[in-house]
Design a protein around this ligand. Structure first.
Ligand code: SAH
Length: 287
């Protein structure tokens, strides 16, 4: 990394040199810590104040490939960024390797932020990373984030619960571990007056719809799909359970599928008015 080179001084302290050669030293006896931080769905304005503060103070930020640049830009100038490159099933570093990396960095006395999309504990493997830290005696804390399902509801105007329409909401994964089909309780998910929010369901949308219909859900049940919720290229579309597969055909994700009566309340034409100037070009500069 030009301009920034961590090195060991003779006193056994980790010294981070800035571009001008000035050193910032940190006693090696400092206890390291891992923060599993929810980064939200992509728009930096949807991060928590705590997430931003921790990013700014981190020694190391371990992130996935899909983390948007405006979020990474919030890290302190001295922070080392490590891309562990998760993208669908193609992992640059397997989960065990990520666990070991986090533990190893913390044992060096570093303050590590493990940045996770959405919320770390919703389909984010945050539990595994936390367990690995605990097993190694490394202090680990979790900061919740706005999960993609919540962002998709907000972006499309489909309330995930609504008096008279949905008394419960269930988050499910459409990811198929074996047999090309997710292992879900179709009979329970097919009941009316509830919302099913599907993560990682683009490639299995057809099978999911078929199973729900076989279990009794009407093909006319409203559904909403939100791709890249909260990001500049967000796409929202309204469909039905019966047409779900054809509706998602042109999408390459990440996307959330919302199935249930509440989807009829969605206004997919609606555009969010308050866009982040960092993502959309700051018009105020030209005012
Ligand atoms: N921990 C994350 C989910 C990780 S699983 C969370 O709480 O949001 C990855 C899946 O999340 C994707 O396949 C997609 O279904 C969903 N996802 C993540 N970001 C998204 C976004 N901006 N818009 C729509 N779906 C998203």
């Amino acid at each position: 990394m030009p301009g920034k080179s961590p090195s060991r001084s003779r006193a056994g302290r980790l010294v981070v040199l800035d571009g001008a050669g000035r050193g910032r030293s940190r006693a090696r006896k400092d206890k390291g810590v891992v923060w599993l931080v929810g980064a939200g769905p992509g728009d930096p304005d949807l991060m928590t104040v705590k997430a931003v503060r921790l990013l700014q103070g981190a020694d190391v930020v371990v992130h996935d490939r899909l983390t948007p640049q405006p979020i990474l830009d919030l890290a302190g100038a001295d922070a080392r960024l490590i891309d562990v490159g998760k993208r669908k099933s193609r992992h640059t570093l397997p989960q065990e390797g990520i666990n070991e990396l986090l533990v190893g960095l913390a044992l060096q006395g570093l303050k590590v932020v493990r940045l996770k999309g959405g919320d770390p504990f919703i389909f984010g493997r945050g539990g595994e990373e936390m367990s690995a830290c605990r097993a190694a005696g490394v202090e680990c804390h979790v900061v919740p984030g706005v999960s993609a399902g919540l962002a998709a509801g907000a972006a499309s105007g489909a309330p995930l619960t609504h008096r008279g329409l949905a008394q419960s909401v269930t988050f499910v994964t459409g990811h198929a571990a074996s047999g090309g089909e997710p292992d879900l309780d179709w009979a329970s998910l097919a009941r009316v007056n509830q919302t099913v929010v599907i993560y990682m369901g683009l490639s299995t949308a057809g099978r999911i719809a078929t199973r729900l219909i076989e279990a009794g859900r009407a093909p006319s049940t409203p559904a909403v799909v939100v791709e890249s919720a909260s990001l500049p290229h967000e796409r929202r579309l309204a469909t039905t359970l019966g047409r779900l597969e054809e509706s998602v055909a042109g999408l390459d994700g990440p996307a959330i599928l919302i199935v249930g009566e509440v989807a009829a309340l969605a206004d997919v034409e609606h555009q969010a008015k308050d866009k982040d100037p960092r993502q959309h070009g700051d018009e105020r500069k030209h005012a």
